[in-house]
Ligand binder design. Sequence first.
Ligand SMILES: Cc1ncc(COP(=O)(O)O)c(C=O)c1O
Length: 432
Amino acid sequence: MTQLAVFGGQPIRTEKYPRWPVFDYRDIEAVTNTIKSGRWGGFPYPGPNTAAFAERFAEMQGGGYAVPMLNGTITMEVALRAADIGWGDEVIVPAYTFQATAYAPMVVGACPVIVDISPDNYCIDPQRVKEAITSKTKAIIVVHIANQMTDMDAIMEIAKTHGLVVIEDSAHAHGARWRGMGSGTIGDFGSFSLQSAKILTTGEGGVLLCKDEKMAERAASIIDCGRPKDADGKNYTMGVNYRWSEIHAALGLVALERFPEQMQERESNADYLEESLSEIEGISLLKRDLRHTRRSFYRYIININPDYFNCEHQVFCYALSKEGIPVDTGYPAMNRYDLFQPQLSKLPVPSAFPEYFDFENMSLPITERASQVEAVWMGESIFRAGKQGVDDLVAGINKLAQNRGQLSKLAENRQRMLDQHGSVDLSRLAEF
Ligand SMILES: Cc1ncc(COP(=O)(O)O)c(C=O)c1O
């Protein structure tokens, strides 16, 4: 028996995984040149860097009209507004996602209808979407989560049958392809975040890909204080300033240059990772759908068998991170999210439509199991640390497997702490 690092043993890895974001002289030059040019802001919209970024981004994703803006939350808000979705309309969203996916409908006055995910890929379950459709449903927001893509064939079929707008929240899926089609180009809109953790980043930023040129004009107008963007200059919208800055766009142009090589590096390490993980007892991988023809890796989710490891994912992730491996438990279920508490605002939707926020009575078993018991999320840096990075991850998991007695002890401590204090302080887990 060896001692786990959480109990003071030698960690498997002491070298840090590569940091993110990466940068070199090109970013510094691009920002410096933009500063010297005097054209810092986004007015008049779009500035030259923003326009060049939009064109190249759409080209990289393989279609659509790109409208860059401040972040990957307002992209969804703007898409809903451009599609005329608002007060009292229903928008179906998955329960396993970042809070932005459900916030966007609320902020335009629509009601988020939270549904469960598929156990195969942890993306929205098309069957649950079908069951949730009512006469008020106007849109579906799907989320391509971690390294997976939603079953877009099924979603587009449902949308066609019921005349619904589809928004692909592609905050995790830059570069990914579904049957050769770029994520965000299959639905009516694709929403991308460029926030600092994302695999294509400018610190902050977002891009809305629109299938239809008229929608792109409306979106561009909404983010530019309502100024018309049609050729005749007549189509005003109720807009606001959500313009992106030229300094961020300068970083974006360099990030796009770098992206193809980074994507390839992550892909080849992912093949090695999957091969290595397939041999470990107590671990299972999500399904690989062959229609998902190109994968991008923002995060990678595996499931642990809690009976085998004698603990649930919180203890597992804590013990593995102490071994020097960057993993975490991922998102909570949307109905248990500390961040997603509509009552913390005076937004009109939760008080006008409380039935959509009856969290106690929501049944989301797949999301609950993933978010409370099984899912282990790996950081993107594991895919940029070469074979050694993967080998260390595998060695870390094997070390936990061989020392399951120590994991039981941690799990007991966790339960005792919960019983006594109602919450878990991981830093005290080993000695509690
Ligand atoms: C799935 C998902 N959607 C939306 C967002 C929101 O993006 P942003 O932070 O750029 O607003 C994020 C991440 O931050 C995300 O992970």
